[in-house]
Design a protein around this ligand. Structure first.
Ligand SMILES: Nc1ncnc2c1ncn2[C@@H]1O[C@H](COP(=O)(O)OP(=O)(O)O)[C@@H](O)[C@H]1O
Ligand SMILES: [Mg+2]
Length: 243
């Protein structure tokens, strides 16, 4: 299988502060990745670095065979990276439909298909961004990324603060994107169980370095390893998954 994405000894951060420290991992075409780790270890910085929003000190990022380390963020969007930021960043004074259309790029994804994936958004098409619930905002943030017609979707804690029923609906939609559309994703999560159920591969970060890399199913089954890598919170996570 061909390599889709690789970080090669990448160090990056903000100003003089190094957050990611010689990070290396790779992902094949069509594979989805869970990025796990406690608060503050550099998960968001990894996605921000992939999108070109941080300062790279050394190393290389390859995307579909080409180095993209020096490309501007908009060039990376054009190359197929679709970003769903942690704060969702829905435009509050635009309607749902305007939010979607303002970023549209040519490709297989369009309004009709985003509405088919998230019927709620169609119902709310005329509502303004600031009139949406948290779950609807997250659907809109994902729908907006899809309208840019990405090959890889970057999701930063997409389930944060959402009700369990919405979390399930979003997880189903994201899995369907992978299985039916072949659209891979990188999911950043503090809570591992759900993220592992949505992905093929997993990496765990600790203070900006890689402490584990493997397949998601294997890690999900290895409770002792999960506990050692991620510590508290696993029991609650397992209860959520079992519910
Ligand atoms: N814009 C920024 N400027 C300076 N330091 C930052 C910035 N964003 C994050 N950091 C620092 O980088 C480290 C990793 O943060 P982050 O990537 O947000 O972690 P995570 O997403 O895993 O919680 C933290 O020490 C944080 O304080
Ligand atoms: Mg974060």
């Amino acid at each position: 299988m061909a390599e889709m994405l690789a970080f090669d000894a990448l160090s990056a951060g903000y100003g003089n502060a190094v957050v990611l420290d010689r990070l290396s991992f790779s992902l094949n075409e069509g594979q989805s990745l869970a990025v796990l780790g406690r608060n503050g270890v550099g998960k968001t910085t990894l996605l921000e670095t992939l999108m070109g929003h941080t300062r790279v000190m050394s190393g290389e990022i390859r995307w579909r065979g080409q180095p993209i380390t020096r490309l501007a963020p908009h060039q990376r969007v054009r190359a197929g990276l679709g970003w769903v930021p942690q704060e969702r960043e829905v435009f509050p004074s635009l309607t749902v439909e305007e939010n979607l259309l303002v970023v549209a790029r040519r490709g297989p994804w369009n309004l009709r298909r985003v509405y088919a994936l998230f019927p709620r958004l169609q119902e709310r098409r005329g509502n303004y961004g600031n009139q949406l619930s948290g779950g609807e905002q997250q659907m809109l943030a994902i729908g907006r990324a899809l309208m840019t017609n990405p090959r890889l979707l970057l999701l930063d804690e997409p389930m944060e603060g959402l009700a369990p029923i919405i979390v399930e609906e979003l997880a189903r939609a994201i899995r369907a994107l992978g299985e039916r559309e072949g659209l891979a994703c990188i999911v950043v999560e503090q809570h591992p169980v759900l993220a592992l159920s949505m992905t093929n591969r997993a990496i765990v970060l600790e203070r900006g370095t890689l402490v584990h890399s493997g397949d998601s199913a294997g890690l999900a089954e290895d409770t002792a390893l999960l506990h050692r890598l991620l510590g508290v919170g696993i029991e609650e996570d397992l209860e959520v998954a079992a519910a």
